[in-house]
Design a protein around this ligand. Structure first.
Ligand code: MN
Length: 171
């Protein structure tokens, strides 16, 4: 069962925990230039300038963290960019996105599953594209931590149930 609306996709009006968002807003505005039509130059987002939020336990199993890379891309189409870190075996709940999601694995081994298909794994350097409406989950494989960049294109996320140990271990 999917519960819409408990993760904020900036620009789409859905919420991620407001406590974190409010606390870090000032820092982010100081460090990250927003892309506008008046700034036809490279924008660089050094990792150490990106504020880290803990993963929301309502929608994730196990420890992990998230960094929003705000203003990375133009407003249209709206592409929300996140760097998401999962400790070994940590994973998202089942969920769907209303638009495409691209996952770029940058560290470790990703375990993922689309509903109705078997569990798969992907390595650093691999790319996963999830179609709008596909019910799925993603997280770290058992052997160690995993980090991916998520590009959510004109997408709102609808969260469902946690991925059980049995589901996770079916890989
Ligand atoms: Mn996803």
């Amino acid at each position: 069962m999917l519960r819409p609306g408990n993760m904020m996709e900036p620009g789409t009006g859905v919420h991620w925990p407001m406590r974190a968002a409010g606390a870090i807003m000032g820092t982010r505005q100081a460090l990250c230039k927003r892309r506008t039509d008046e700034t036809p130059k490279m924008n660089v987002f050094p990792l150490e300038t990106l504020d880290r939020e803990s993963s929301d336990p309502a929608n994730f199993t196990g420890p992990g963290s998230l960094r929003r890379i705000e203003g990375a891309l133009p407003a249209d189409p709206r592409v929300n960019v996140y760097r998401v870190h999962f400790e070994a075996r940590s994973r998202t709940n089942w969920h769907t996105h209303s638009g495409y999601q691209m996952l770029l694995i940058v560290e470790g081994r990703c375990r993922y599953q689309k509903e109705g298909e078997s569990v798969g794994e992907a390595d650093a350097g691999d790319v996963i594209v999830i179609d709008p409406g596909e019910n799925h989950w993603h997280g770290a494989a058992p052997g160690g931590a995993m980090t991916h960049i998520a590009l959510n294109v004109n997408a709102v996320t609808s969260w469902g149930d946690p991925v059980s140990e049995e589901e996770y271990d079916a890989g």
